[in-house]
Design a protein around this ligand. Sequence first.
Ligand code: SF4
Ligand code: SF4
Length: 126
Amino acid sequence: MNDKKPQGGENPCQGCVMCCQYISVEIPRPDNAEDLDIAIWYLCHGHKIFVDADGWYLQVDRDCLNLKDGACDIYQTRPQVCRDYDISDCEKHNPNAYWRIFTAAKELADFIKDNPDCVVKNPNEK
Ligand code: SF4
Ligand code: SF4
């Protein structure tokens, strides 16, 4: 949830709190057995892994404790990471925000099996 407003004044975040409902932590691209094993382990715990143009991320779904009645309760003092979030690249406004999202260990294992040469390298990687 950020404070970038488009021309015209309409709040682009109106009615949306998607980016306040998870945290993400960058992880290594699983291009070796050890990193792949750890990625599978994350998925076995019910977490997600997404890949975008910046890299690979573990996604842990959990509402921010400051989310109250569909709005940020500490908007004026919210963390910098919330202010910096690029709305033009967010999951609501950019349908291509993710290159891939894995929600189960089998999905990632099957993807690796089907793409043994790419070793899950994101072709859009910067
Ligand atoms: S996902 Fe996008 S539109 Fe939704 S709250 Fe976050 S920045 Fe705003
Ligand atoms: S601090 Fe506010 S803007 Fe940041 S994730 Fe929590 S509810 Fe969203």
